[in-house]
Design a protein around this ligand. Structure first.
Ligand code: PEP
Length: 267
């Protein structure tokens, strides 16, 4: 099979940071910093809190950065107090939605079975899901990381045909590396990304395995990012703390742009 280089991705989840005013400042500060970078070759996203989405849609409209939700419900509307639906995210200007983030799993009881329903809703409404996968520290210690990742993939994407799986973004985020002092080591990341790609190929076919983008997240910063995104099966970076400022995100985008040139990733 002919292999086509995958477009690289640089994205940041803001968690519960950056209100609407801060979002406008962020976008204004980011624009000149991205101006000299080959961003047309990349997919860039920010995931603001829900109340900042409208401000983000306006503020980022003229540039290369798309916006997305940090979570959503699987239903389109209904008696779901405190929830937000895929059509609402679309109306707010979102192209992406992150699902199964480790903080949703750890603190809000989210399950991959619920995520399966959310993935269906995302595709039904034209949102690209950023599906987070990751093992806990206990899983890693018990040497069962790949089995855990396989189970998460199988459950979350159970209803999807290969062409949909190929369109998703998979975010390998080891749960022990999120908000931590250091990222996972490049060798470890390389092995997990290769395992995830192999799992996709086995279950959904070689074309889907070759096409799907797998980004790494977990304590990425401007120092460790270049070594991680240079790895063969790493198709981008998903960054929390280090990209909560425009300056921080611009540094990550610069690193990913450099990797895209080295890897020959398609514009
Ligand atoms: C995250 O929350 O997805 C994340 C990667 O956070 P951090 O970069 O701060 O570890």
């Amino acid at each position: 099979m002919m292999t086509v280089p995958r477009r690289l991705v640089a994205g940041t989840g803001w968690k519960m940071n950056n209100d609407a005013a801060a979002t406008r400042r962020y976008a204004a500060e980011l624009a000149p910093r991205l101006a000299g970078l080959p961003t047309a070759a990349l997919d860039l996203y920010v995931l603001p809190p829900f109340t900042s989405l409208h401000a983000a849609a306006e503020a980022f409209a003229a540039g290369p950065v798309a916006i997305g939700g940090q979570n959503m419900h699987w239903d389109d509307a209904g008696a779901w107090t405190g929830e937000v639906s895929a059509p609402m995210l679309r109306e707010a200007g979102c192209r992406y939605v992150a699902l199964a983030h480790s903080e949703r799993l750890a603190h809000f009881g989210e399950t991959y079975e619920a995520v399966r329903r959310k993935i269906n809703a995302a595709f039904r409404h034209g949102l690209t899901p950023i599906l987070c996968l990751g093992e806990t520290a206990e899983d890693r210690a018990a040497d069962r990381a790949d089995a855990v990742l396989g189970g998460q993939l199988e459950t979350a994407l159970a209803d999807q045909p290969p062409e949909r799986v190929a369109e998703a973004i998979l975010a390998y985020e080891p749960r022990w590396a999120i908000g931590a002092a250091a990222a996972a080591a490049p060798d470890y990341v390389s092995a997990r990304h290769a395992a995830i790609r192999a799992l996709v190929s086995r279950r959904w076919g070689a074309a889907a395995g070759q096409a799907v983008r797998i980004v790494y997240g977990g304590s990425v910063d401007a120092e460790n990012g270049a070594a991680l995104v240079a790895l063969a099966d790493v198709d981008g970076l998903f960054v929390g703390r280090a990209a909560w400022t425009a300056q921080g995100f611009a540094a990550i985008v610069a690193i990913v742009a450099q990797a895209a040139m080295t890897k020959g990733a398609a514009p």
